[in-house]
Design a protein around this ligand. Sequence first.
Ligand code: ATP
Length: 519
Amino acid sequence: MKQYLLRFKRQQLVIIMLQIALSALQILSAMSLAPIIDALVRRDLAGIIQWCGISLGIWLLTILNDYILTVYETKIIRLMNNALRADFASTINTYSIAAFNQTDSNQYISWLNNDVKTIEENGFKSFYQLLNSVLTAAFAIGALLFYHYSLALVAIFFSIILMYVPKLFNKIMDHAALQLKNANSQFMSQINDLIGGFTVFKNHQQTITFRQRIIQASDKLGQTNVTYTKKIEAVSDGIGTLSIFSQIFTTGWTAFLIFNKLVNVGVVGTAANLSGLLFSNLSKITTNLFTMRSVQTILNIDLVKQATTETVPHSFNKQLKLHDLSFSYENKPVLKQIDYIFNKNGKYALIGKSGVGKSTLLNLISGQLTGYQGEIILDKQIVNDCASEIEYVEQKPYLFNTTLRDNLELGAHVSTTTLSQICHDLQIDTFMTLDTKIIGHGQNLSGGQRQRIALARALVHRKPIIFLDEVTAGLDEQSAQQIESRLLQDPDLTLVMITHHLTDQTRKQLTGVLDLSVD
Ligand SMILES: Nc1ncnc2c1ncn2[C@@H]1O[C@H](COP(=O)(O)OP(=O)(O)OP(=O)(O)O)[C@@H](O)[C@H]1O
């Protein structure tokens, strides 16, 4: 967490200055009580009015300072949250597609949502509260010293006890925090699964199960929350009790000093206030230290850079060669000793009966699956995969809920003319414009339409090799033929397309056909 605070050093300095001012004002407010009581004892009405005015002025300044500080802290927390999310995104960016797919997507959502919220609440906000508590406690001791050294000594004695006792519970609290984090992430995963399958429940008249499962998931999370709260409250209430005892003792000690005429009568109220401020802030310090520890646990687990195989760009000038390539899912062999060469700018069909492993082969080459035997060779260089050279247009491509233009550009700037031409070639302009917004990730579009949008995306970004998984399957014969011809006539494109319906016209234009059904 420290690294995020330090990234905004100048801003933290401003916060510290505002915190110092706030703590000093809080202590001055407490101290302004003593002269009022002393004036009362002297029956000095003017003195009472004067000190009441000063006290009110200090309070108004305290409130103003608190307002400025809270708003400024929130602004800096926003910057730190951005940095944190950017780091999570960078961690995800280092993953290869296969490594990314190995983890449930809820885990990533949980990083960017739950974890960032927890770090904000238990980390950044706790740190600022801690800062305020430390400063207020230090000023309170200073003020007690101002009245009598023995008051400061009593305060320091109890402070040490109050700071030490909670350390005995560190392990229990760490464990509780981790359990809560896991429960949150499990809850997200369950809810996502249920929401994703809502239509299944609805279609089978099982909406009651949908509701029950949501309640079950909610209750499970609630139970962990109760356990967590029980632990944290037991510790903080224990500390609270100790703090009240310390406060009462300090007040008693002040009464003893007044009795012996060592301090003025007015100090009794102020000392009670100051010790109240001191001990309540000490308990806050320990609670905040606890919560901040849990943040480090999250950061250690999630932001530790995991060893992944990054997508490495290779050169592709001549050929993509598969040598003796075999692959099994668990113990189920799918591909056996495939040998094949795809030449640059060649056009290929990948055929074979359903389930023979066509998608699996393309997933291996494009780096979405790992763990094969044999070799993938790009221009004589053995590579793990060709992820950076390939655009794989899958059967169920992912579309973002934004405009068609944004889905095609993905943040890059491409001229409207180029985009319009590609949309025209792929007949996308027959059902939407560049500014049409896609909703429900394309649920209102047919499978074929979604695939054509993904194909357009591939053409916009011009990767040297395009893999197509039956992109034209959902189209009428004429449109399918037109789109295939457009791709087959592109001289700078290496094309591999899975197809179940290889027409004679298409076959004539191909460089080769890889039939996986043939042993
Ligand atoms: N993730 C997976 N885990 C286990 N087995 C899988 C997995 N994905 C696919 N399979 C199995 O591997 C075999 C090959 O599947 P694949 O999708 O590659 O076939 P395909 O030739 O593309 O089929 P289709 O033409 O029907 O799309 C099938 O028997 C399938 O059941």
